[in-house]
Design a protein around this ligand. Sequence first.
Ligand code: ADP
Ligand code: MG
Length: 256
Amino acid sequence: MRNDIVVCQNIFMKYQSADGETEAIKDISFTVKPKEFVSIIGPSGCGKSTLLSIIAGLIKPTRGKVYINGTDIAENKVNIGYMPQKDSLLPFRTIRENVFLGLEIQGKKTKENMEYGENLLKTYGLGDFMNKYPSQLSGGMRQRAALIRTLVIRPEILLLDEAFSALDYQTRLAVSNDIYSIIKKEGKTAVMVTHDISEAVSMSERIIVLTNRPAEIKSIHKPRFDEEYDVPLKRRNHEAFREHFNKVWRDIDVHI
Ligand code: ADP
Ligand code: MG
């Protein structure tokens, strides 16, 4: 417990609206270790984004607590990197200005942090694109820029909500590999929400499977691969991949 960077304790969430109550989360508890990559997977509409927003401190749970590095998320002192589904870069800002956006919002646009952002852009192949606009970049490059914008604020953890689902299949394979490699190289902890089993199996040390709404934890999987299968694209070709996939698949309630 003392080593855990994320602690979710008995999270419940009920939305109140004009036509009644929607119970989205029911008694979810789990922890994440530093540098771990954890995926949360479950059927559409089960409560995944709700759970991630609660971990990000964007919405307050009806019951339960979230601690990041021992600090209650409700205290608003924790630096979280949140990456939504669409890359959400501002079209009228250059890539460099987009990367500085998070720094501006947090009042941290110092020379040192700006240099850090530029170095990340250079390290990850966007050095020549700093002064271009998002529309001049490929989908994969935009995704990388969005990740760098998230990294530049030096977050304690990265939260990714279906971060690749807007991309076409081929691109998303390459981009998830790319983003995974950057996250590992920068030594970051990541919690990723997805409905894509292959994505979860190829990227995660641990997969938390949620039930249909209200989301409860159905099972937890730890896909293991030989050490040389160190990136998602290689893992997809590992002989154990299908077996891990099927184990997760069996636990997801699909209604057709
Ligand atoms: P997922 O990300 O797994 O698809 P969500 O967390 O977005 O699911 O939503 C879970 C449930 O909560 C859904 O039934 C959704 O309609 C409902 N919900 C989400 N946000 C709100 C809200 N702001 N107000 C009321 N109901 C909501
Ligand atoms: Mg969602």
